[in-house]
Design a protein around this ligand. Structure first.
Ligand code: BGC
Ligand code: BGC
Length: 926
């Protein structure tokens, strides 16, 4: 185990992160003033400068470790006039008006008339939700909808209370066609330039004002500790020092606070996702953060101190993840879902940190609190959440009614909500609106300063950001390239001419994977290929897209090959690396294609320059071996021309722009080297945090790297036992819960932590009930669960774990079967499918109607895993990431009692196992 000297010194001389320094687990952070550097044995880089006197680039050291959550000094102070005005308003509002202010609708379902009817407080558009439901909607269409929201907003006691509209402007105003798309935060972190972060914040605010919104759901302040997390690219760094430094700068840029410290002139940024989103176990999105409170305070909290203190932040989005402090004797263990944690939301954020702005849920995040649904959650209100993001209109309407009902319950009722809590929420919402300058304003969004199409043009700044955010990892005296004179440049790779791949998720649509070059109007961006063509002349560039065509190329006509390769876009959990995947072998990286390309272009006496587009450090040892120069470009966004600015010399042969980017994430040496973070006790990266070459200081040669891959995935959740129990006579077996599901998006927890099935649970559409009681028996007293489908619509029961998945490939590979017992209670013609899901909509399906057996007889179902097939062409099936190992689904009328569910190896070979001659075809009767 090697120990970085720098960290050793830091740990000896200061108490910062005492826990992290003292223990030998993976979760340490850097010490105070610990300059990023390379441990011995790593190729030399050029760590970012400190003490240069350049305030844009000198990273301020973190203060000494906090023993408790620090009291912040918010940049926006309380204003007596504002406080008096909102107190007067709150006193005049009715309970329904107050609760309406606490709710945020989504533009697809919630309409201007709903804003009037319910006095709604806020609106959002989710990723991929556009005002005219058209991805090409012009800025004016966005402004028109904003105006109609404004017009529909309530006037109470003579004061107009406009809704505030939030949008996921997370790398520019990225939902809007024609907006500038800046590099994702992972690249900005590599720039080590807080002034750049501030300018981009201000530019993004301009772009959001141009389309009429008030509020951006960003920047993400995650301190990302496990790069398997699909949201790694939304974070600035693995190091809280950078996150805190940038949070302050970005927030100042977004909000543009006026000199008297009372109002914002920009837009509202959001500090998200509070707290610990980047620290979940295995990097699972919406998963479980199991770090100590000291680490929550000193590692994951740092961005919030920058954003909510000097940054003047007014809004905080609560995180989907859970927090369970594993420390023996911890003061606040087992908080579970943060949306239900009064300790974190009220005691910590509002009281200890002193935050006086508003807290909001993430997308139905309250519905994940045990005992809650999207339509009802007094637990989250009482935890201290002020504003509820409820995208489905029906849920929103029900939530308002339920919350009003709960205020009216007697104080002794556990679901009671005190009026004082409601008043606190509304006061905070109105306070933010007043500080933002919209409370009582008569000016519709389209008439506000900057609400014009011209606000969408920040291409030069974005191109500068591209130049600053790319990191040179390897350069065997190849770069910078001379401009070709007699020969040409060959450009290859999936990312060369693709706005989608260079921009990543949260671009035009949520996932970003469906983006085409046609989504970017002329003049609003450039692919990397187009940038190269513009720099050296289109006649000096050839491009080949099909790897097969590379075999016949005459390489003597080229000065160099530029291979632009990368991940295909993803957002949120869809980018998680789970199951059998690794940092080098993941669903979003076309590794085989990349290998084919680099193997084809390598070895022709023509230098190969690889530009990697990715949302996180990837294990690319083969790619590095096959390249003479290698650039980590992350997700640069719409200004692909910034790449050519740095790769090519000027026409006179001098250097045009040098590299300045330095890694803000450690780069792995092996394909499962994660978590990997600067300050780890056994830190041994390939390229250390802070690494990055320049043209001035040439590195020593990168030696040939080991290409040995992990056979199985990095996910430790591989189940190797012969039997995986899922439900037995004692109930749902951890980590599984029993759910009832029906359209649209109705999922009801039936049994598991926080819900014990001893009665009837029904779906909202009355298509299904699930009943259990101590006398409902299949084999053992009380083991039965009775599912009754009414035949009035689609519904399902399923066993699922919420936060993680398991690699169950071993069951498939060893003649496994899904096993359960059941009794058919009534004759049926229903078609019944058995399914498992691998992160819905990924799933395997097989029709088992013919196995139902005679009414009243107990049947043992053993369904060979080999019988399951993907649900359809677009929803794949993956046994390595199973999250719901049992699901029964029908639209028909069916009454069935089931019990004792498991997966068992070898059971497909049993004499009583079902037989499916053709997988996926309805299993015939035995
Ligand atoms: C994400 C948030 C986002 C919200 C609204 C959620 O799924 O976690 O980051 O702001 O959706 O689109
Ligand atoms: C539901 C998902 C759920 C899945 C479980 C789907 O029909 O919509 O929310 O996770 O079933 O298999």
């Amino acid at each position: 185990m090697r120990f970085s000297r720098l960290v050793e010194v830091a740990c000896l001389t200061a108490s910062l992160l005492a826990a992290a320094c003292g223990d030998d687990n993976q979760s340490g952070g850097p010490g105070p003033g610990d300059p990023p550097g390379n441990p011995p044995g790593n190729p030399p880089g050029n760590p970012p400068p400190t003490g240069t006197g350049d305030p844009c680039r000198d990273i301020p050291a973190l203060p000494a470790a906090y023993a408790d959550w620090p009291q912040l000094a918010p940049a926006i102070g309380k204003d007596d006039a504002i406080e008096a005005q909102i107190a007067g308003l709150v006193a005049k509002m009715t309970l329904p008006q107050k609760v309406g202010q606490m709710v945020m609708g989504e533009i697809a379902e919630t309409k201007p008339e709903d804003i009037t009817t319910f006095s709604l407080g806020a609106m959002l558009n989710g990723g991929g939700s556009w005002p005219g439901n058209n991805r090409a909607d012009a800025a004016s269409v966005w402004r028109d909808l904003a105006d109609s929201f404004f017009a529909a907003s309530p006037t109470i006691d003579g004061v107009k209370i406009p809704v505030i509209w939030g949008i996921d402007a997370v790398h520019g105003n990225n939902n809007v066609r024609g907006a500038t798309v800046f590099p994702h935060n992972i690249g900005l972190g590599a720039a080590h330039d807080a002034c750049l972060a501030q300018m981009i914040g201000a530019a993004t605010a301009d772009e959001v004002r141009a389309t009429g919104q008030d509020w951006a759901f960003g920047p993400t302040l995650a301190v990302v500790r496990d790069d398997r997390w699909g949201r790694t690219y939304e974070g600035f760094s693995e190091d809280p020092t950078i996150v805190r430094w940038y949070a302050e700068a970005a927030f100042k840029g977004f909000s543009s606070l006026d000199p008297d410290g009372k109002h914002l002139h920009g837009i509202l940024p959001t500090a998200k996702h509070f707290i610990g989103d980047g620290g979940t176990t295995d990097g699972t999105d919406q998963g479980n953060n199991q770090h100590s409170e000291a680490e929550l305070i000193n590692l994951f909290g740092q961005g919030y101190y920058g954003a909510l203190g000097p940054g003047g932040g007014q809004t905080v989005m609560i995180s989907f993840n859970s927090w369970n402090d594993p420390t023996p004797g911890a003061a606040h263990p087992a908080q579970g879902k943060i949306h239900g944690s009064k300790y974190l939301v009220t005691d910590v954020l509002k009281n200890k940190l002193g935050f006086d702005g508003l807290t909001l849920t993430d997308w139905n995040g309250h519905g994940q609190v045990p005992g809650c649904s999207n339509a009802d959650c007094p637990q989250a209100v009482n935890a201290g959440i002020d504003l509820f993001m409820i995208p489905a209109r029906a849920d929103l309407v029900a939530f308002i009614a339920n919350t009003i009902h709960e205020v009216n319950l007697p104080a002794s009722d556990p679901r009671h909500i005190a009026m004082a809590r409601i008043d606190d929420a509304v006061t905070r919402i109105l306070r933010v609106k007043a500080r933002q300058g919209v409370l009582g304003s008569a000016t519709p969004p389209s008439q506000r300063p900057g609400a014009t199409d011209a606000g969408l043009l920040h291409r030069e700044l974005a191109r500068q950001a591209v130049r600053e955010s790319i990191v040179l990892l390897k350069n065997e005296a190849v770069l910078p390239l001379a401009r070709p004179t007699t020969k040409k440049i060959l450009v290859v790779g999936n990312g060369a001419d693709s706005f989608a791949i260079q921009s990543g998720g949260w671009t035009i649509s949520w996932q970003g994977a469906d983006v085409t070059n046609g989504d970017v109007p002329a003049g609003a961006g450039e692919t990397i290929l187009a940038g190269i063509q513009a720099t050296v002349g289109a006649d000096k560039v050839d491009t080949i897209t099909h790897p097969a065509d590379l075999a016949t190329v005459d390489y003597t006509q080229y000065d160099a090959v530029i291979a632009v390769v990368g991940e295909t876009p993803y957002a949120e959990g869809q980018g998680d690396i789970t199951g059998s995947m690794t940092l080098g072998r993941e669903a979003k990286y076309p590794g085989a294609d990349v290998k084919a390309i680099l193997d084809a272009v390598h070895g022709h006496a023509v230098p190969v320059v690889t530009v990697l587009l990715s949302g996180r450090p990837l294990w690319v040892n083969h790619e590095l071996n096959q390249s003479d120069a290698f650039v980590a470009a992350f997700l640069p966004g719409s200004e692909g021309g910034g790449i050519a600015d740095v790769l090519f010399r000027k026409a006179d042969g001098s250097i045009n722009v040098d590299f300045t980017g330095k890694l803000s994430f450690s780069w792995p040496k092996t394909d499962c080297e994660t978590p990997l973070n600067v300050g780890d006790a056994s830190y041994d990266p390939l390229f250390a945090y802070g690494y990055g070459l320049t043209y001035q200081t040439q590195a020593s040669t990168v030696p040939t790297l080991d290409e040995t891959q992990t056979a199985h995935g990095c996910n430790p959740n591989t189940v190797n036992t012969d039997v995986l129990p899922i439900l037995n006579n004692t109930g749902a077996i951890d980590p599984y819960n029993l759910y009832l599901g029906a359209d649209p998006n109705f999922n009801q927890l039936v049994e598991g932590p926080g819900a014990t099935l001893n009665a009837t649970v029904a779906s909202s559409g009355d298509v299904m009930t699930v009943t259990g009681s101590s006398t409902l028996t299949v084999d053992l007293q009380g083991d039965g669960r009775r599912a009754q489908w009414t035949g009035h619509g689609f519904a399902q029961i399923y066993m699922q774990q919420v936060t993680a998945s398991q690699d169950l490939s071993g069951f498939r590979d060893n003649d496994g079967a899904m096993v359960f017992k059941g009794i058919l209670n009534e004759a049926t013609t229903a078609q019944l499918t058995a399914q498992f899901t691998c992160g819905f909509p990924c799933r395997g399906v097989v029709d088992i109607s013919a196995l139902l057996g005679p009414v009243g007889a107990k049947t043992t179902f053993k369904i060979p895993l080999a019988c399951f097939v993907p649900a359809n062409a677009t929803d794949p099936m993956d046994f390595s990431i199973v999250n719901a190992p049992f699901q029964l689904q029908t639209t028909g009328k069916l009454d069935f009692t089931f019990a004792e569910i498991s997966w068992a190896r070898h059971a497909a070979k049993d004499g009583d196992a079902a037989v499916c001659p053709t997988p996926g075809v309805a299993i015939p009767a035995p």
